[in-house]
Design a protein around this ligand. Structure first.
Ligand code: TRP
Length: 337
């Protein structure tokens, strides 16, 4: 029996290279060996974007197209939409009794996000909603609704998996062994830096390359990337380790990498030429992805069909889990025995 893995992503924007190298590339490997549930977490996206439903709605399809374009294979992966699995909402309500408010506020991920909001909106956090503070509970429902055994995530998500494990243990100790306790599967690549040298490539930081960016945009972005500040003239020797152009060459220019590094160190490579080479390689890397994107964009009915089938599949599993949960907490009044 294949092990079950589940992971999710919020549909708040198109995928960029940070998503690709930090997470999705790993999913492409995992889809061969596991029973893989991949959730487009629209309900979770609404915790932050409840006042912008159009954005979430549009990005459900955009993200799905991105995932299909990079090679997520719907014949192996159950690609589904969170809001279309009502069992997740049911489980969220049931689990909410098993989590204290103080434990939620102490969750490091939630804590950091609340601190960010306070800084952003300059208030004491009165605008932090119940739904937002509680999203770890809903994420625990995402995972357990499909009996996820492994959850591939980045480091920032570890506190959420830990919280899910606590909920599972508490549930099982009160109501009897019912739920599977998941384990995190840490992404082998750490988070990907932005073109500006920022530790994180972020949708809102404007420092990333989207998988759908065309050559003009990619050129502009790479031409503006941060290089070794001590290199003034074209033939000055430089330190590739502080250069974002070299950082991206490392991700996609494996063929010529040794040359790039040694020429840079010896001052035999100007930054402009080096950036142009990166632009060429980047477009070569993006081309097959963008061709597939164009195909799916012109076949929206196919994208809908994939999502619908993946969701129907996923719902079968969620219904099974829900039935056992109802039984354990003794609310299975009229369920068939
Ligand atoms: N919280 C995750 C993120 O922001 C997305 C997510 C939703 C998720 N549900 C999940 C991740 C379940 C792992 C498992 O990236």
């Amino acid at each position: 029996m294949k092990k079950t893995i589940l992971t999710g992503l919020r549909p708040t924007g198109k995928l960029h290279l940070g998503h690709y190298f930090g997470a999705a590339q790993n999913w492409l490997r995992l889809q061969n060996d596991y029973d893989f549930y991949l959730e487009v977490a629209d309900i979770q996206a609404l915790t932050d974007n409840f006042d912008n439903p159009d954005k979430v709605r549009m990005n459900v399809r955009e993200i799905t197209i991105d995932l299909l374009s990079i090679g997520i294979d719907p014949s192996r992966v159950h690609l589904f939409v969170q809001s279309m699995i009502p069992e997740i909402a049911e489980l969220t309500v049931i689990y909410s009794n098993l989590v204290t408010m103080s434990r939620l506020y102490r969750n490091p991920t939630v804590k950091a996000e609340i601190a960010q909001k306070k800084a952003l909106f300059g208030n004491d956090g009165e605008s932090v909603t119940y739904g937002f503070v509680g999203y770890p509970v809903s994420q625990a429902a995402d995972i357990t609704a499909f009996s996820g055994q492994l959850v591939p995530v980045g480091e920032d998500q570890l506190p959420l998996i830990e919280q899910c494990r606590e909920i599972v243990r508490k549930f099982n100790s009160i109501y009897g062994e019912t739920l599977i306790e998941p384990e995190p599967l840490l992404s082998p690549t750490p988070r990907i830096k932005g073109l500006d040298g920022n530790e994180k490539m972020g949708k809102s930081l404007g420092n990333g390359i989207f998988l759908a960016d065309d050559e003009d945009i990619v050129s502009k972005k790479i031409m503006g990337a941060v290089t070794d500040p001590d290199k003034i003239k074209k033939d000055d020797p430089a330190n590739p380790d502080v250069c974002m152009v070299y950082y991206y060459h490392k991700l996609i220019s494996s063929k010529n990498l040794d040359n790039i590094c040694s020429e840079c160190k010896k001052g035999e490579r100007g930054c402009v030429a080096c950036k142009k080479e990166l632009i060429r390689n980047m477009m070569e890397f993006l081309k097959p992805i963008q061709e597939k994107r164009a195909y799916y964009e012109s076949h929206p009915e196919l994208v809908d069909k994939i999502l619908l089938e993946g969701t129907n599949d996923a719902r079968v599993k969620a219904k099974e889990v829900m039935a056992s949960v109802r039984k354990s907490i003794k609310i299975d009044y009229f369920d068939e025995k």
